[in-house]
Design a protein around this ligand. Structure first.
Ligand code: TYM
Length: 331
């Protein structure tokens, strides 16, 4: 049995990218493995949310996790800030994380470009906190989307470095997990950009109303249409097919694929179908989100149990790490 850790920042509603990039794999894994799934509320501080938003977002994401099918009886679901052990490991790992390597990460460079007025140290050490989330439970597997590949690589680096420095094998080297060994998933945006994301403003959330889904999909960027039989799809069109692939049945996908190859495709039809299939997929989840959000007692029970289980696992690792580094009590 492997240990699995994955998390999501609490910066807004879960979207299709989060679901197909990470949550779906995690749901499959909770039946066979020792799984930890958490809400990264410390990570969300890099963009300075208001106190009211911080709390509302954590609650929303917790309800959305549960609505997706993460089962608190099987997985440990917890909120990052309920587990202070993560912060101590973060501090310890920071001592062996070098400025140069942190500055070179693409996510840091991207964020520094996106928010030049707020290039804080938390952004710089973001991968160290993420490594701590993973290593504190001695994870073997981390289900994440393609955009987290580099952060995961850094978690491996920090784990390996610690093991080497103290000549121990405390940390397993965590691997990304994808279903049936497929490539890591990247769900595109509908605006022609490469990635669906909260901060990109192009996301379809799991809680979104059908009317809003239809509107967004119908506005998706397309081109003038294929002019030659069997031509390669340009990125904006491939994006629509990638979305169709995850929410529609294979016969629907091949119908539109054939139409594209024969130059008879009508993008309006494709978009209508895509919107309806997204709605069919999100509808039951949306219903459950509404129910669970109202049940504050259930949410607090889940969070409390999760925090206890996560702290138990985290404190074991931390004890071991403290000893290895040389901390000993005088009393
Ligand atoms: P976050 O909150 O941006 O995204 C959560 C998960 O969703 C995946 N994801 C996507 N996958 C495919 N296509 C997309 N368009 C897409 N958008 C998001 C992400 O890859 C991720 O798996 N740093 C992390 C949160 C985190 C974490 C961790 C994850 C903190 N500590 C430890 C795993 C382990 C983040 O910002 O994800």
């Amino acid at each position: 049995m492997s240990t699995v850790v994955s998390g999501i920042r609490s910066t807004g509603n879960l979207h299709l990218g989060n679901y197909f990039g990470a949550v779906k794999n995690f749901i499959e894994m909770q039946h066979q493995h020792n799984t930890f799934f958490f809400i990264a509320d410390w990570h969300s501080l890099t963009t300075h949310p208001t106190p009211a938003d911080l709390h509302t977002n954590v609650k929303q994401v917790l309800a959305e996790y549960l609505a997706c099918g993460i089962d608190p009886e099987k997985a440990t679901i917890f909120i990052q800030s309920d587990v202070p052990e993560i912060l101590e490991l973060y501090l310890l790992l920071n001592m062996n994380a070098y400025l140069g390597e942190l500055e070179r990460t693409t996510s840091f460079k991207d964020k520094a470009r996106q928010q030049p007025e707020n290039v804080n140290a938390g952004l710089l050490t973001y991968p160290v906190l993420m490594a701590s989330d993973i290593l504190i439970h001695k994870a073997h597997l981390v289900p994440v989307g393609k955009d987290q590949e580099q952060n995961l690589e850094m978690a491996r680096t920090f784990g390996r470095r610690f093991n080497r420095m103290y000549n121990v094998d405390t940390f397993p080297i965590p691997k990304s997990y994808t279903f049936e060994g497929q490539d890591m998933v990247k769900i595109p945006g509908l605006d022609g950009s490469g990635k669906m994301g909260k901060s990109e403003g192009n996301a379809i959330s799991l809680a979104e109303s059908p009317a809003s889904i239809r509107k967004k999909v119908m506005k998706a960027v397309t081109d003038v249409g294929p002019t030659e039989m069997n031509q390669k799809k340009p990125e904006v069109i491939q994006n629509l097919f990638t979305l169709l692939d995850v929410v529609s049945t294979p016969d629907v996908v091949s119908h539109f694929d054939d139409a594209y190859n024969k130059c008879t495709i009508r993008y309006g039809d494709l978009k209508k179908q895509l919107a309806e299939d997204i709605i069919n997929f999100t509808n039951p989840i949306r219903g459950r989100i509404e129910e669970i959000t109202k049940d504050s007692e259930y949410l607090s029970k889940v969070a409390k149990n999760g925090a206890e289980k996560a702290r138990e696992s985290a404190s074991k690792t931390l004890e071991e790490v403290r000893k290895i580094i040389g901390f000993r009590k005088f009393y």
